[in-house]
Design a protein around this ligand. Structure first.
Ligand code: UDX
Length: 437
């Protein structure tokens, strides 16, 4: 099938490459010429494990091309909209400028019977509005809302083998023409038994925001328990292990620490609250305000713990922050709790060095005033305290014995509760975890 992917960011670039891997003829389109040049040369414009190899692999077959020219959409049967929906400046709602521009730009190239597939995360009601715009221009074209659940760092595997497919079609019916087209498109993963659910447009849109809200709530729940554990002298990691054994609860996403960040969860819960307000259902989501507040509180708490660790004052203390990305296996620093903590420490007078295996260039663009050092052993040299804030495997594997000789004082704050506290203490370190005695 010949398909178009509009928007070649984290979502679209991976989607385009994976669709070509599934055997389709794909053209990826983006307004950012630099991004397109890189992708055309089989270079991933961001770090995502496996993506560059996949780009090379499929581009050799000739099935994947990239362009900035939207007219390349002409002749495709299916057109994916994969552009971003960032938070509006100074507001909680989602900015739909890019989604609207993608559809408006695509309309002149739509042929009768074409299928437009929305993958971007949008406020409920957007699909109905876009469908109307399509209806006016190309009445026989179809709009499907097909949310994407990929996680950064696992994006290729999540796209090729998702947990489920959700197709939101105008009448919510299995017999809708677009259902068979999407089934053909995804025939390989469907043949492996991937569940697929057919819904109407608003349900499909809500599935995505509800899923992200649930994940955010789970993380904030355990972080709230972490606050309680600190107050009561209990250990939140043992508590998570114990409650997680109940399979109604489950252990995943119960890692207490410095909270969630990234380009999705924070802005998605805020946009969801804003949309609920517009729909007159704001009370239903007031709990998400608390989820957000618990999450942001973690960042202040880390700064306080760092101050305690540095004998009550951050002034002039040399602090090394291990990790800048919002999570490991990513170079994404959007709303990264690690980086926001590093900036706050610096503002409060500490001399901060940040290290990260992949995210330093992005971090330096975001916070040029911080000091960056790519080599871990150089970054930790003569530090008064280490803060492990993104749990890259390299930092989990650090040897407390070897490291003790490099730092000025053996003190570590484990913001992700991933280190063996007994081992670090045994090696002479002052160890602090989050919600652990
Ligand atoms: C998320 C959703 O998981 C994905 O389904 C959706 O498509 C996009 O948003 P992503 O932003 O890649 O994916 O990150 P995710 O793996 O969900 O982690 C989000 C944040 O939560 C990270 O900052 C991570 O460190 C934090 N986290 C995760 C915790 O603090 N504790 C946990 O137990 C799990």
């Amino acid at each position: 099938m010949r398909i178009t992917v509009i928007g070649c960011g984290y979502l679209g670039a991976v989607h385009a490459a994976c669709m070509a891997k599934l055997g389709h003829d794909v053209v990826g389109i983006d307004v950012d010429a630099q991004k397109i040049d890189e992708l055309a040369a089989s270079r991933a414009p961001f770090y995502e494990p496996g993506l560059e190899d996949l780009l090379k692999d499929v581009q050799q077959t000739g099935r994947l091309t990239f362009t900035t020219d939207l007219s390349a959409a002409r002749g495709s049967y299916v057109h994916f909209i994969c552009v971003g929906t960032p938070q509006k400046k100074g507001e909680n709602g989602a900015d739909l400028t890019y989604v609207d521009a993608a559809l408006t730009g695509l309309l002149p190239y739509l042929a009768p019977g074409d299928v437009v597939v929305g993958k971007s995360t949008v406020p409920v009601g957007t699909a109905a509005r876009l469908a109307e715009m399509m209806q006016a221009k190309q009445p026989s074209a179809h709009l499907v809302w097909n949310p994407e659940f990929l996680r950064e760092g696992h994006a290729v595997a999540d796209t090729l083998n998702p947990d489920r497919f959700v197709y939101g079609v105008s009448d919510g019916s299995e017999d809708h023409t677009a259902v068979a087209i999407l089934d053909e498109l995804y025939s390989a993963p469907l043949a492996l038994g991937t569940p697929r659910l057919i819904t109407d447009h608003p349900t499909a849109e809500l599935v995505k925001t509800a899923a992200n809200s649930f994940l955010a709530t789970k993380i904030s729940f355990i972080n709230a328990m972490s606050e309680l554990c600190e107050a009561a002298g209990a250990d939140v990691t043992q508590l998570a292990d114990a409650i997680g054994l109940d399979d109604r609860i489950g252990r995943k996403f119960l890692n207490a620490g410095i909270g969630f960040g990234g380009g999705c969860l924070p802005k998605d819960i805020r946009a969801f609250m804003a949309r609920a307000g517009e729909l007159g259902a704001d009370q239903a989501l007031t709990f998400l305000r608390e989820v957000d507040a618990i999450n942001m509180r973690r960042r202040f708490r880390v700064v306080e713990l760092a101050r305690e660790l540095c004998d009550g004052s951050l002034l002039g203390k040399r602090i090394t922050v291990l990790g800048a990305a919002f999570k490991p296996e990513s170079d994404d620093v959007r709303d990264s709790p690690a980086l926001s903590i590093a900036a706050q420490l610096q503002l409060q007078g500490a001399v901060v060095t940040v290290t990260d295996p992949k995210a330093l260039d992005n971090a330096a663009r975001r916070f040029p005033e911080l000091h960056y050092e790519v080599d871990t052993s150089a970054a930790v040299l003569k530090a008064d305290a280490l803060l492990l804030l993104t749990e890259w495997q390299e930092y989990r594997d650090l040897d407390p014995y070897g490291l003790g000789e490099s730092v000025s004082s053996p003190r570590i704050l484990d913001g992700r509760n991933v280190l063996d506290a007994a081992k670090w203490r045994g090696a002479g370190w002052t160890y602090r975890g989050m919600g652990r005695p």
